[in-house]
Design a protein around this ligand. Structure first.
Ligand code: GAR
Length: 216
């Protein structure tokens, strides 16, 4: 089986990158993590990828005059590595419409809330301030709208009394580590069809706690 080559873009810790690398160690997994790019030279996730024999590259956004040059370098690096699908995994740069168009429906992102609730930054603080009792995480295709784009999968996570952004963040992250590999597998296996602002998923087998976008 030819596996789909995936490039992962990170900016920091890289715990979602680790979850994707772990999942892809199974030869039956339909995607291969082929390339990892960080915009920060000190991102801890780079070491983990290198330790697992995955090619890494630092493309430091501060060395470019603007987004177009930075993104052209990303595209060059991804295409020369033969990448077919891109996963943003804690990649903290906003992408331009041109980049999104060029990679249309081939870029996934994970966000630590049940979108469209709490886009942007400081997500867990926003959730606690709003007093929600359930939050979660979302994997979506990247569109021009920040934290927008068709939702591929969501996992719900309870908010506990006394939670802080850190305790809630850790609980949500554990769900992210199950949701992201699952959604990437669906994408790589060609089971996700984009229809307007939503997606249709051919096989709705879901692991515990992973709730799908109810459909289009
Ligand atoms: C994750 O919680 C991810 O959902 C979030 O950054 C964290 C990265 O953690 N992404 C965003 O907030 C994007 N808007 P990681 O580096 O350990 O994977």
């Amino acid at each position: 089986m030819a596996r789909v080559k995936v490039g992962v873009l990170i900016s920091g810790r890289g715990s979602n990158l680790k979850a994707l690398i772990e999942a892809a160690r199974d030869p039956a997994y339909p995607a291969e993590i082929a390339h990892v790019i960080s915009n920060r030279p000190d991102a801890p996730g780079l070491d983990y990828a290198e330790d697992h024999g995955i090619a890494t590259e630092v493309i430091d956004h501060t060395r470019f005059a603007g987004r177009p040059g930075f993104e052209a370098a990303l595209t060059d690096s991804l295409t020369s590595a033969g990448v077919e699908l891109v996963c943003l995994a804690g990649f903290m740069r906003v992408l331009t419409a041109e980049f999104v168009d060029q990679w249309a429906n081939r870029v996934l992102n994970i966000h630590p809330s049940l979108l469209p609730a709490f886009p942007g930054t400081d997500t867990h603080r926003q959730a606690l301030a709003a007093g929600v009792t359930i939050t979660g995480c979302t994997v979506h295709l990247v569109s021009e709208a920040v934290d927008g784009g068709p939702i591929v999968g969501q996992a719900a996570v309870p908010v506990h009394p006394g939670d802080t952004p850190d305790t809630l963040g850790a609980r949500v992250r554990a769900a992210e580590h199950r949701l992201y590999p699952h959604c990437l597998a669906q994408m790589a296996a060609g089971k996700v069809r984009v229809i307007g602002h939503g997606v249709e998923i051919a096989d709705r087998t879901v692991p515990d706690g992973v709730l799908y976008n109810p459909g289009v």
